[in-house]
Design a binder for this molecule. Structure first.
Ligand code: AMP
Length: 193
């Protein structure tokens, strides 16, 4: 099987992180999540973390140049047998940067899974997570901002991959097991392509 380079796309609260954990286990793909990397940079107090924090706390996107530099280094270093990208790309500029780098390396994306679910379901999940994890960006007004940012800046990325023929829609409002089964089916199709 050729290397499996995958992207998980979808609004906050769609369950990407939960599914990624299971995919990582089953398919042994390195999991690269920009949100986790940025939160780590913040808690380590690095320069990137200091720059990123105000954007994250406000529910806005961290500027493209910072995120692109961080992620491309990681893909080049670690992702050689495939990777699972979560939370990146979130803008068309990021998607183009990823394509350029993969092109240069003679590699490509196998599939982009778009987690689809109604906003109110995602909001409910995010507010539940706020109660459980105490994330600083899960306050109601910041949750709303993250949705607005998703619609305005990340939805064009869906169209970008749709026109490239690698977008696969996933019914993300179902249970964790049902969503995972759908992902497994989709992956089998991708792997034989
Ligand atoms: P997440 O855990 O994926 O919801 O990301 C948490 C926050 O990190 C986002 O609200 C953004 O502020 C920032 N972030 C994560 N990934 C990106 C990205 N690809 N581009 C810009 N900002 C990002």
């Amino acid at each position: 099987m050729s290397e499996l380079n995958l992207v998980l796309l979808g609004p906050p609260g769609a369950g990407k992180g939960t599914q990624a954990e299971r995919l990582e286990e089953d398919f042994h793909l390195p999991y690269i999540a920009t949100g986790n990397m940025l939160r780590e940079a913040v808690s380590d107090g690095t320069e990137l973390g200091r720059e990123a924090q105000e954007y994250m706390d406000a529910g806005k996107l961290v500027p493209d140049d910072l995120v692109i530099a961080m992620i491309l280094e990681k893909v080049e270093d670690e992702g050689y047998d495939g990777f699972l990208l979560d939370g990146f790309p979130r803008t068309v500029a990021q998607a183009e940067a990823l394509d350029r780098t993969l092109d240069e390396l003679g590699r490509s994306l196998a599939a982009v899974f778009e987690f689809q679910l109604p906003d109110e379901v995602a909001v409910e999940r995010l507010l539940g997570r706020a109660r459980e994890e105490g994330r600083s960006d899960d306050a109601p007004e910041v949750v709303q901002r993250r949705f607005d940012v998703f619609r305005a800046q990340t939805e064009p990325v869906v169209t970008y991959y749709l026109t490239r023929g690698i977008l696969v829609g996933i019914h993300a409002e179902r249970t964790v097991d049902e969503v995972f089964a759908e992902l497994q089916d989709a992956l089998e199709q991708v792997a034989v392509r």
